[in-house]
Design a protein around this ligand. Structure first.
Ligand SMILES: [Ca+2]
Length: 259
């Protein structure tokens, strides 16, 4: 005799019974015996086969993984009686992968007596925001949380023109929602971009159109650079009135031959 159990629309669940007691638990349809459809009416009348606990015309399986009660992308598996969650690689633990494995902030790691290092943080704890890696600098009284980007420490920019602009994309080790979760709760937030230049126009003349800008998270352009402030179309030397060429508000615009 040959068994062929159709997988289409069929279920077969693991059982916790010992192998000697193990029997089929699940639902079957279109059962064929020797290539002939089994007469399930005859089965029902007890005229065919020997069985117990068989229900016809109903599939009594409860799918315990639908809806999936495992949180944060935990993988659900089930037996006839229970479901369980595999939380591997999710950053969460517990029966339903609800509890975060990580602290919510660098401050929390400092309170645990940890030292400056790279840590995973989960700013909203068991909330939906995923954990991510940051550098926690705990050398000062205030704790600094640094989110790193993927650009090397120095990136060369040359030969840029109005027609062929050079654009550098910063990709951080966290999504914008994750970064916002840190910055919204921070006392102070800063980012620093340094532009080292030679024969390079940055802001053009005080009245001219800026040649260079950076784009913020709201997709808005900014025309201020290291040490200056929002809305000020100057470098820090322009604010402090100590630019090499006083006609310009930025040393990069002075067409100097040295860096
Ligand atoms: Ca979370």
């Amino acid at each position: 005799m040959q068994y062929r159990i159709p997988s289409l629309n069929g279920y077969f669940l693991q059982t916790q019974a010992s192998p000697s007691q193990r029997s089929f638990q699940g639902c079957m349809q279109l059962i064929q015996v020797d290539d002939h459809l089994a007469d399930l009416m005859a089965v029902e009348r007890g005229m065919l086969g020997a069985f117990e606990n068989v229900s016809l015309d109903m599939c009594a399986i409860i799918d315990r993984c639908l809806p999936n009660h495992c949180e944060h992308g935990g993988r659900c598996t089930q037996t006839w009686d229970i479901f369980s969650c595999s939380c591997d690689g999710t950053g969460y633990t517990g029966a339903t992968c609800h509890t975060s494995l990580y602290e919510q902030s660098c401050e929390a790691y400092k309170h645990l007596g940890k030292y400056s290092d790279v840590y995973w943080i989960d700013p909203d704890g068991s909330g939906p925001l995923g954990p991510f890696r940051v550098f926690c600098n705990m050398t000062e009284d205030k704790v600094w949380t640094t989110v790193v980007n993927n650009l090397p420490a120095q990136t060369a920019v040359s030969g840029s023109s109005r027609e062929r602009r050079t654009m550098l994309q910063l990709n951080y080790s966290a999504t914008m929602e994750q970064i916002s979760a840190i910055t919204d709760g921070a006392d102070h937030c800063e980012q620093h971009i340094t532009y080292t230049c030679r024969s390079s126009r940055l802001l053009n003349t005080p009245d001219g159109t800026p040649y260079t800008w950076w784009v913020g998270r709201g997709n808005e352009k900014h025309f201020y650079w290291g040490g200056s402030g929002p809305g000020v179309q100057k470098c820090s030397c322009g604010i402090e009135h100590n630019c090499i060429d006083p006609k310009h508000y930025c040393n990069c615009d002075a067409d100097q031959k040295q860096w």
